[in-house]
Ligand binder design. Sequence first.
Ligand code: MG
Length: 277
Amino acid sequence: MNTKIIACIILLATLAASTTRAQDKSKNVEIVIDGVAGFQDTPMQPDGKWHVHDPARPQPPVVTPGTFSTQATQPSDAIVLFDGKSLSNWRDKKTGGPAPWTIDNGAMVAAKGDIQTTNELGDMQLHVEFCEPEPGQHAGQDRGNSGVFLMGQYEIQVLDCYNNKTYADGATAGIYGQHPPLANACRPPGEWQTYDIIFNVPHFGANGEVLSPGYVTVFHNGVVVQNHQAIRGATNWKSPGKYSPHGPTGPLSLQFHNHPVRFRNIWVRPVPVVNEP
Ligand code: MG
């Protein structure tokens, strides 16, 4: 092989490598549109209109909530998951060891890692109260971030979106990365807020195919913000959602995302679906 050919091969290889690096660099570049940080180099949502975490996706309209269900006492048949005193129904999600959160004045405070219930839960009615750190600090996704993970993998976002914009599919009560809430019903940081959630588990066939997706209805401070919304699969950063087949129950988990979000008064009622067509 003569030296000209060798030099040519080296040049082409160098060009190919630099092109690859340029493509890698172009991935996941955070951009800001109208004060909202997000991405437009992520996969498209199945509706073909928006990227995952697209900052151009319209912001949910702001609705000032009433007082619905705040400090709601549980129905007689509810399973109390947190009573303000004990973390005995919770475990460290990663290690299975004791839950690493703390208890302060009747609330449990997010710390160190995600936690999950010892209970395995399926179709359910869930009541959760949470309180965002006051004063609110930082912006976008870095402000009071936590999450309620149904079956440990379908996140209803917990975030302080009171006077805080973020990409719509990551806003408070959004199905993270998939479906924005229908409204922004946030209370100010430091005030207790409620989620009342009705969840139907997804169903899978013998070959792992999705027979029916999971569905979720979410009341945020008494305002319906997800109306029997189909879930597209496990929620993840920069992912449009993907199902992995699983059984009819799973633990409920709560996210630690570096912010001391507080939770209290968590109870659940199993409510099997009996009216499927
Ligand atoms: Mg979260």
